[in-house]
Structures are given as structure tokens and as C-alpha cells.
Design a protein around this ligand. Structure first.
Ligand SMILES: C[S@@+](CC[C@H](N)C(=O)[O-])C[C@H]1O[C@@H](n2cnc3c(N)ncnc32)[C@H](O)[C@@H]1O
Length: 224
């Protein structure tokens, strides 16, 4: 299957309203993504004392896992454009008694509110697949900017598989007719972007989420 990425036509405002709407049942809809996210967390290799940033944290499952991994001397930061997702994740963090280790705010991954070189790990799952193609590089540059030298970027996305996964051609056809029905997410292939931006030791793994939808886990390190 071709690696050409189709357009993601939803405006930022529309994306925000779609995810505000989806926030209350998002976890039920996306249970099939848990394997790929778990693998993403594995390769992130978050350590005690780390500063971790997550873009587009959604309902906060990874925020909680990261906050446990960083321990009491580490910290987790996150931004999301949806105020309902922010509300939901803040409640979750409170329930797990992790508020002292976590800072969450409304924000856009295209322009991060952080100074350069502050994070050991930047993580994002199922966000780049709803960012329009010309803006993917801008978002990845922002991730690189806020990483410490030697820090690790991990991205998990809906992706394209090889010719066995021709279901994605049908998916793209349906998506181009009604993108909001799919939460704005379409398949992307991100490894070439990381290489072009100078990340080192770039790796990619594919997992067939829910036995049908290919997901990729791509990671690389900012040069020291
Ligand atoms: C498909 S969901 C993924 C949520 C979570 N990362 C997960 O894997 O379960 C995308 C999330 O990114 C947020 N989002 C979309 N565009 C964004 C942007 N430009 N900046 C920050 N967050 C964004 C949405 O509000 C939503 O919470």
C-alpha cells in the first residue's frame, strides 16, 4: 500500500468539538488500541525522576502510567485541545492521588508552552493521525525543541500496513467522505519525518489493533 498520507480536513475547532463530544465514551470506543499504547509506553522507557510530556492525552490513561513510573521526584506535563478531556483526565489524576506529580493544561501541539530542552520523554498516541499533513513536521519540530538532548520521542498512530491490510484503502475512502465519523484520524507513516528531522536510532513496529487496524509505534532520540 502507498505511503502517501491523505489530507486531514477537520479544522482545529471541529477537532476540539468532536473530542469534547467523544470524551465520555472514548475509552469504550478505543479499547482495541490498548496493545499499541502499552508497547509505546514500554519503548518510552520512563524512569524515576524523569520529566515527561504528553501531547493530546485524551482520557489520561498514559498520564497515569507515566506519573507512576516517574515516581515522587519526576513530573508529567500534558496538553490537550479538548476541555472535556482535560476535565476527565484531571478527575482521573485526582482519583489516583497523583495531582502533585501532574500538570495538565489546554493547549495545541502546534505551539507548545514550554522552554526548549526540558523533557526526558515526549509521548503522543493517536494525535498525529488527525494533524493535517503539512503540519505534521511543525508538531514534530515542537516535540524535538522541548526534548532534552538525548531525550526520547515516542509516537503511536493509526498507520498503513502492507498489501495484506487493504482494509485501510476502504477506511481512507470512507474517511475522505466523512472524517468526523472517524474522530478525524486517518492512517499515517511517521518514521520518514523523524529521520528527516534528525532523530537518531529511529525504529518502527507495527501492531494490528483489534485484528483489523494497523497501528505503528515509532521512536527515536534527539541527538546529544
Ligand atoms: C484520538 S485522541 C487520542 C487520545 C489519547 N492520546 C489516546 O491515545 O487514547 C486525540 C486527542 O488529541 C487531542 N487533540 C487533537 N488535536 C490536538 C492538538 N492540535 N493539540 C493537542 N491536542 C489535540 C484531542 O482532543 C484528543 O484528546
Amino acid at each position: 500500500m502507498s505511503n502517501k498520507i491523505i489530507d486531514a480536513p477537520l479544522t482545529p475547532k471541529k477537532v476540539q468539538s468532536v473530542y469534547d463530544f467523544l470524551s465520555s465514551f472514548y475509552d469504550y470506543l478505543t479499547r482495541y488500541e490498548s496493545l499499541s499504547k502499552e508497547r509505546g509506553v514500554d519503548v518510552a522507557d520512563i524512569r524515576l525522576g524523569d520529566k515527561v510530556f504528553e501531547a493530546g492525552f485524551g482520557t489520561g490513561q498514559i498520564v497515569i502510567a507515566s506519573a507512576v513510573s516517574v515516581g515522587m521526584y519526576g513530573h508529567v506535563y500534558g496538553i490537550d485541545v479538548s476541555s472535556k478531556m482535560l476535565e476527565k483526565t484531571r478527575e482521573r489524576v485526582k482519583k489516583h492521588e497523583l495531582t502533585k506529580r501532574v500538570d495538565l493544561q489546554l493547549g495545541d501541539a502546534r505551539k507548545l508552552p514550554y522552554t526548549p530542552g526540558v523533557f526526558d520523554v515526549v509521548f503522543t498516541s493517536y494525535l498525529l493521525d488527525l494533524i493535517d499533513t503539512p503540519e505534521i513536521s511543525c508538531v514534530l519540530k515542537e516535540f524535538k525543541r522541548v526534548l532534552k538532548p538525548g531525550g526520547r520521542l515516542v509516537v503511536v498512530n493509526m498507520s498503513k500496513g502492507d498489501s495484506r491490510y487493504s482494509t485501510m484503502k476502504l477506511y481512507e475512502w470512507l474517511y475522505s467522505r466523512c472524517p468526523s465519523l472517524f474522530g478525524g484520524c486517518r492512517p499515517v507513516v511517521i518514521e520518514p519525518f523523524l529521520k528527516a528531522l534528525g532523530f537518531q536510532y529511529v525504529k518502527r513496529e507495527c501492531i494490528l489493533a483489534g485484528h483489523v487496524i494497523p497501528s505503528e509505534i515509532v521512536w527515536g532520540d534527539k541527538p546529544k
